[in-house]
Design a protein around this ligand. Structure first.
Ligand code: ADP
Ligand code: GLC
Length: 500
């Protein structure tokens, strides 16, 4: 064996591998900005990669609505002007290092100035995120980070795999960079008429064919990402299967079937350092899998007092922490609210914002069943943790659920999930079987309000009549491991396989 080969073998055997550069590009990420689970994933997953082999960094927009505390962690790096929609647009670059992860921020006050990260104006959203995506690619040589893989998240970054194979393909710096498109939610795709999408993206006519960015009579950014990315992932095995069917496929099931060899599901984890009932700073009484039988209820007592609910240790408390949308099954909840509350068996605590009809529905029932129902129509990290800790059960009857993190948080806090068997909910919650004494939660199959209600009633019976069995469900739930460990390894294996 030649000396060179031998040296390589020695290096390999010693486990010394070449550092791989991974870049996450996303529209939100904790601890900077969050509206939902996407932010949890983007901000926590890279922390769990093996730092000896992976240098993972994150690019986010510098929204005006990021808190001052988090803005103060950013440092100005540089700025330049970039051609975008026929104008020279300012691209500021800021940098922050949090928990050993480097974040870059794209600054431009015109695009990122709202009081929320997203608006309802589709054209505004499209131009905001195409600008962001193009800027994210453009800053890379400037900050001196050449990723081996760009890992794109959701429609907001769908144009990146397209650009990598189009205008950026000419530059030597970008040649050979691979891309991954991760679907966190197929419902949102970034769709508008071809003329507008063409104007915003600058792509020529040939890209608007039905096998590329064209989508019926429109342009579709996520479709671009799914067509051009080297690999596609989504956030649970079941959702990876579901989206290949017309019911869940959002009219992209054909494309996803065509790319099924490149599509895989990797279930989300949660940040076990952040969501830990033993150390959580937001909750009033910390507890563990060993002492929850005595200690957890103290959180319920405090929350009942805080929210003006009847103070009763024994009353079963059900929580909802959610975007209040159709996706989350809120129409089912609306349908059975009266029936559920008229019997004096449960208290319901809701924290969420979203569609006005659901916000008002919960406000109405808070008024009607005061002391039994508490509707908190706002966003609060602190209250969310208190609900996960205080409640006995957590309701998540989603119509579809790519993964879902709230049920994982509930399991971690010894709060028994009641879910519909779809997507990640099906993969992460095992249905209680009273004959075999197995299961970590309660579940129902059909999207039907009374099927949900009878599942809630069944959970009530176990809670009130068979408390020992109920506590064993909690034991099993708290013993589950939904930290990032296993899934982070799967992502790393995929990166290794793609880069070679
Ligand atoms: P999705 O991303 O579809 O909204 P997930 O279950 O994946 O659903 O993640 C939701 C995340 O957002 C969880 O961390 C949950 O605690 C949080 N969350 C949702 N609504 C609120 C709210 N009103 N206040 C605080 N946290 C919220
Ligand atoms: C999306 C999905 C949710 C998933 C989250 C993070 O918002 O709705 O199911 O857990 O992304 O991947």
């Amino acid at each position: 064996m030649g000396n060179g080969l031998q040296a390589i073998r020695v290096l390999f055997e010693e486990g010394i591998r070449i550092m791989k550069n991974i870049l996450f590009v996303a529209s939100e990420g904790v601890p900077f900005i969050k509206t939902g689970g996407l932010a949890d994933v983007v901000g926590s997953l890279p922390k769990y990669y093996d730092k000896r082999y992976f240098d993972a960094r994150i690019i986010l927009p510098k929204y005006m609505c990021i808190s001052d505390t988090m803005k103060s962690k950013m440092e100005y790096r540089t700025h330049f002007y970039m051609d975008f929609m026929g104008q020279q647009e300012y691209v500021g670059v800021l940098e922050a290092n949090v928990d050993g992860i480097i974040y870059y921020f794209i600054d431009n006050e015109k695009f990122f100035n709202g009081y929320r990260p997203y608006s309802d104006n589709v054209v505004e959203e499209l131009s905001k995120f195409v600008f962001f995506s193009k800027a994210a690619l453009s800053i890379l040589p400037v900050v001196g980070f050449r990723p081996d893989i760009i890992h794109c998240h959701d429609w907001q970054t769908g144009i990146i795999p397209v650009y990598l194979k189009e205008r950026f393909a000419q530059g030597e710096f970008y040649r050979g960079i691979k891309s991954i498109m991760t679907i966190h939610n197929l419902k949102f795709q970034g769709i508008y008429d071809i003329k507008t999408v063409q104007y915003i993206t600058g792509l020529d006519n040939s890209y608007f064919q039905p096998d590329k960015v064209g989508f019926f009579k429109d342009g579709n950014l996520l479709k671009g990402g799914l067509t051009y990315a080297d690999a596609i992932t989504t956030v649970s095995d079941t959702y990876a299967e579901e989206i290949k069917t017309p019911f869940y496929g959002e009219k992209l099931d054909g494309l996803l079937n065509a790319r099924k060899m490149d599509l895989r599901g990797i279930v989300n984890g949660i940040d076990y350092a952040e969501y830990n009932p033993e150390t959580d700073k937001f909750i009033t009484h910390n507890y563990t899998a060993g002492n929850f039988r005595k200690e957890k209820v103290k959180n319920k007592r405090d929350l009942q007092r805080q929210l003006g609910l009847e103070e009763n240790d024994k009353k079963m408390m059900i929580g909802i922490v959610s975007r209040l949308t159709d996706q989350k099954g809120m129409d089912l909840v609306a349908y059975i609210m009266d029936e559920m509350c008229s019997k004096d068996a449960v208290q319901l605590v809701v924290l969420g914002t979203g569609e006005e009809q659901y916000e008002n529905m919960f406000r109405h029932f808070d008024w009607k069943y005061h002391g039994k129902v508490s509707a908190n129509i706002y966003y609060s990290e602190e209250l969310s943790h208190r609900i996960y800790a205080a409640c006995d059960a957590f309701l998540m009857p989603s119509l579809f659920e790519p993964c879902g993190l709230s049920q994982l948080m509930s399991l971690r806090y010894g709060t028994v999930p009641i879910v519909r068997e779809t997507g990640g909910l099906k993969d992460t919650v095992q249905s209680y079987n009273e004959f075999e004494n197995t299961g970590t939660g309660f579940s129902f199959a059909n999207y039907n309000a009374h099927e949900m209600l009878s599942t809630i009633r069944y959970a009530e019976r176990i809670y009130y009549d068979r408390k020992r069995d109920w506590n064993k469900i909690i034991d099993r739930g708290m013993a589950m491991d939904f930290s990032w460990g296993a899934s982070a390894l799967k992502y790393q294996a995929m990166y290794d396989w793609m880069i070679g």
